[in-house]
Ligand binder design. Sequence first.
Ligand code: AP5
Ligand code: ZN
Length: 214
Amino acid sequence: KRIILVGPPGCGKGTQSPIIKEEHCLCHLATGDMLRAAVKAQTPLGKQAKEAMDAGKLVSDDLVVGIIEEAIKRPSCSKGFILDGFPRTVVQAEKLDAMLAKDAAKVDKVLDFEVPDQVLVERVTGRWIHPDSGRSYHTKFAPPKVPGKDDITGEPLIQRKDDNAETLKSRLEAFHKQTQPVIDYYANKGVVSKLHAEKPPPDVTSEIQKALGS
Ligand code: AP5
Ligand code: ZN
């Protein structure tokens, strides 16, 4: 299966991905996680992406398309993949379709995580992540077993640089202007399932399972 997760910042893409990944044996490709790793390692790609990310703007299409093109060829992705945070512009969606068409493949399902903007402020400002795995926690909604520590590795949790109310405004603006059209693009192909992603995480998981027929 080839599944796309799309929705505004803090809608729950990163929270639900590991569950879908396990159930369907897919690889999880999150462009935001990959870019943050590149920034941290100060690679040329990371240096190019940092400024836009810190400002809550999208990085260039060519840069992320290059990352995804390389990633979906990995053997671990041969059974299919979950794209978390890609495509985020119609240009990215068209390039993805063209990549898949070379193997006579296509996107099977687009999960549209719908959450009102006002709910996202609390989600984003209360989030703590484990940088190496991308696992997300929330001080109120999903607290770690030991405060400030990752449940699995025990390593320290950090807050993302773009997780503040001010940068969230730019991220939401980018979502509404540039990413909302991606949902329309796939809706025209009849592959979109809308999720009530403002509900608690287990309810969202059930909606996803229904949408994926699992
Ligand atoms: P990216 O990392 O993709 O950020 P995003 O889209 O803003 O999404 P988030 O990671 O903030 O949210 P999420 O949906 O994963 O939420 P989570 O599950 O963690 O991108 C970052 C930047 O990279 C972009 O701004 C851009 O610069 C660049 N970039 C990335 N991809 C790009 C692309 N394709 N093109 C161009 N630029 C790109 O949940 C959030 C919090 O809420 C957590 O604390 C969680 O515990 C909690 N939570 C989750 N679900 C629920 C629930 N149902 N109820 C209550 N709390 C919940
Ligand atoms: Zn995420």
